[in-house]
Design a protein around this ligand. Sequence first.
Ligand SMILES: Cc1ncc(COP(=O)(O)O)c(C=O)c1O
Length: 364
Amino acid sequence: MNNIRLMRPYISYDEVEAEFRGVFGSGMFTRGEHVEAFRKELSQFTGARHVHLATSATTALWVCLKLLDIGPGDEVVVSDFSFPAAANVVEDLGATPIFADVSRDTYNMEAATLAPLLGPRTKAVIFVDALGNPSGLHDVGALCRSRGIPLIEDAACAIGSSEGGALCGSVADLTCFSFHPRKLISTGEGGAITTDRDDWAQWLDVKLAHGARGMKGVALDFVDYGYNFRLPELQAIMGRKQLAKIDSIVDERNQVRDAYRSLLEPMGFLPQRVNADVRFNVQSLVFSVPPDCNRNRLIAGLKASGIESTIGTYAMSASTYYARKYAVQNTNSHWLEENTLTLPCYGGVDISRVCAAIKGGLCR
Ligand SMILES: Cc1ncc(COP(=O)(O)O)c(C=O)c1O
């Protein structure tokens, strides 16, 4: 019997071959037409005025914090239930991550629990769309606006998701996406930043081009110091192909989610809650397990049956590094790290086999 993987790529070599040949023929491996076209298409798709590509969501988040001049003495509030990249970039710049506990239902930071964490040292808030779910994003945005605090959306998982009809990428002051292979658009590694602010876009234009703006005589004019986190041309081709079919990818993943729900909810598994005004891209299909179920034993049992699964995601504050340094006790995110399960999700996945394996005594 074949193994069932957690994720399957939404791109084949056949789809990119012709464009790849074009790049190999021209030698334009970077800063070519596909990079510019991918930026424009992401801007049209999300509704954001400006898009900058990056090597990953992590570098995108790091650059956004540099843009906001965040450093020692500053605090940045981050959703606690997430892959640790958002806290890591805060830590790297010498600022202090403040871990906001999340809702046990949506897995997201909420305005009510965020409010008491905001203070005079808060320089930004990073709202994570947990596993692609933007539920509560607008409420958090309204609170941040009322306090004059910039909102960064860690939408690493959320391309194609929306809340209240507004696509992720068009809501927060700055939004960061990931194009890692576990995401709905994969370029191998890759990322993007969106913003509506012209002054920030100009800053990013210069900083992401080694600090160059225009020419001095026949050579570049380095008006600032800067960085190189460019997404290469071949990666942009891959991104464009998947962006063109993102709506059908999201529809397909929702159908798979519904099918799993109908089999697992009667067994006591609870799906991540998605608010009524949210279109969820189902980047990860996550359930909390029933009280009598040993989640870790279930993951091991599924593995023995050739089925890949994993934990929901991490409580960042419970990681060895952050627990030792900050000793934060966030009840919900810590509970979610221990009690949630991610299952294989894509069109054609053998849902009955996965659910039969769960039902057939593995969940004890
Ligand atoms: C919520 C979140 N933020 C950031 C990242 C980091 O993304 P990247 O691998 O593109 O740096 C991830 C990766 O899984 C993530 O899930």
